[in-house]
Design a protein around this ligand. Structure first.
Ligand code: SF4
Ligand SMILES: [Zn+2]
Ligand SMILES: [Zn+2]
Length: 304
């Protein structure tokens, strides 16, 4: 950085926001970040006073930063926060992140509920992968989504907050475009409207991943930066690399992708005509006769 002072004071800058040209010192970066997250929550009407909010925590920078900001708002908005952690059963990875999440929840005084694939489904993710040809992320995504919703319902939460950042959102949008998966594309931006699904909020959805990482670091949040051992071979990894290359040469393109998608949403709503039914096996909302979790579980159960 040629000019190394903060745009707002005389302190040394630690971050240049390329798409706006602003430079921030530590204090002003934290202030900017928290203010922008609060504005996002306000704009999308994510919170109501007095609500009970389930917060999905994994021990990573995104979820712990989300919890940190929500806990700063909790008193003012009379929020009742409950952290929810899902233990998928991934050896040499999850145990360390669980420890970090527990520690941080204790620090903030937020109660934590842990649910595991093994206890709830009888199979840890590592075992499921050995029993099937499927990609680990397919099981992980479907089972985690189901358990998070179950936990939020069991705890009586009004909303479920997740740590998805701008990069996660944009990757999901582009992946669904590329696969031509309109159903998932719609689901990303519109609540299914089923009483059985706890509405989801994503307070960091407009914050680039790089900024979330810096926020966690500068705020002293004990987040894990370890990557899941299954992350390497996913389609998402390729899409992420492609979008990051585009952002390098066209600063701000991630925001353009998100805004373009939001403009498209009202037209996509008409596609959401397929009403959700109840899964014939577990009763959870499903677009088919049985939900994806039940179909995957059946694949893992040896037939009698
Ligand atoms: S990368 Fe790991 S944690 Fe993420 S969905 Fe895949 S298996 Fe689950
Ligand atoms: Zn400053
Ligand atoms: Zn089911």
């Amino acid at each position: 950085m040629a000019n190394i002072t903060c745009s707002l004071c005389d302190e040394r800058a630690c971050y240049l926001r390329r798409y706006s040209g602003q430079r921030f010192c530590r204090r002003h970066f934290i202030e900017y970040f928290e203010k922008k997250v609060k504005q996002t929550m306000l704009r999308y009407r994510m919170l109501e006073r007095g609500e009970r909010i389930g917060v999905a925590v994994s021990g990573g920078k995104d979820s712990l930063s989300t919890l940190n900001i929500l806990s700063k708002l909790a008193e003012k908005l009379d929020l009742d926060l409950h952290a929810i952690l899902i233990d998928e059963g991934i050896a040499n990875y999850r145990a360390a992140t669980i420890k970090q999440a527990k520690r941080f929840c204790e620090e903030l005084g937020v109660p934590l509920t842990t649910l595991s694939f093994k206890e709830r489904f009888g199979t840890a993710l590592d075992e499921a992968v050995k029993l099937s040809q499927r990609n680990a992320c397919t099981f992980c995504g479907v089972f985690r989504r189901k358990l998070l919703n179950d936990a939020a319902r069991e705890l009586g939460c009004d909303k479920l907050a997740t740590g998805h950042n701008l990069d996660d959102e944009v990757q999901a949008i582009v992946m669904n475009y590329l696969r031509g998966d309109l159903e998932r594309l719609v689901r990303l931006g519109i609540d299914a409207g089923s009483e059985q699904l706890v509405p989801r909020i994503k307070p960091l959805m407009e914050m680039p991943e790089k900024e979330v990482a810096l926020y966690a670091l500068l705020s002293g949040i004990p987040a894990s930066f370890e990557e899941c051992p299954y992350a390497q071979d996913s389609f998402r990894t390729e899409v992420r690399a492609m979008i990051n290359r585009l952002e390098e040469s066209n600063p701000g393109i991630k925001f353009s992708i998100l805004r373009g998608y939001q403009k498209l949403l009202p037209y996509l709503k008409s596609y959401q005509a397929k009403a959700l039914r109840s899964c014939a096996t577990c009763g959870a909302p499903s677009s088919g006769e049985r939900c994806k979790a039940c179909m995957l579980l059946e694949e893992l159960t040896p037939s009698a």
